[in-house]
Design a protein around this ligand. Sequence first.
Ligand code: URA
Ligand code: URA
Length: 274
Amino acid sequence: MKKEIRNLAGDLKKLISAGSEEDFMIPAKPARADAAAAVSAEPVLQPAPPQITKPQTAAPATATEPAESYTLESIAKQILSCQRCALGATRIKAVPGEGNPKARLMFIGEGPGYEEDRQGRPFVGKAGQLLDKIIAAMGFKREEVFIANMVKCHPMIDPQDPEKRGNDRAPVPDEIALCRGYVERQINAVGPDYIVALGGVAAKSLIRDAKSLSAIRGKIYDLELSSVQLAKPVKILATYHPAALLRNPGWKKDTWADLKILLADMGRTPPSAV
Ligand code: URA
Ligand code: URA
């Protein structure tokens, strides 16, 4: 474990050192998606009102809700007892998310893994340790940002074998659709200025013209929600998932380049990269 952390720290050093001055030569105006085009390409997603707790029930197509009718606490409470999809039956703990309730910056991952399922907290396993380093390299403390996932319960390849390591899978579209009301409400409750979508699942779910992560990462988009009205404008940028970086360390350089585009838009210089 110590060794892993040392390796991560070493990896991060490389990640940081990849952030040389020339990497800071970011175009003054990062490419911005045409919001109208993004909306027109949006698939019709069913809204997911969290008060519905019947398992496996498709959400009724209601109008979008006004923005102010929920708090982080009320959302978390609904998540902890949610049985909207089959993941509710196999989870140990639901993982609503955590962090600064007034965060300017929010990170959204895919879904809980083995460790998160046991602790009820997001990004506390190996990928989470790398995310912590990334957050620090960006000049933030973990407690300063808000961290959540597209789905709140652990998707397993084999739900019959919950103790098996490496039993994680990506959430399927139905699971994401049934859960997305939660993360959308969390976005409104926190009201961040910026979101980082970590990996293809969050990126393709939250950025509507997304065909693949590689097509959209490193660009700033205006966020659009589908189940609730967006309370205030939020910008979103997608990059690689930290778990993908553990498998493909060569992508760290690209991740850092993506994140520097966000930091430049935020008017921040990452302290560790100068
Ligand atoms: N991967 C994710 O996408 N989310 C977590 O919380 C942990 C690992
Ligand atoms: N790498 C990822 O993490 N996700 C993708 O969708 C593509 C590349």
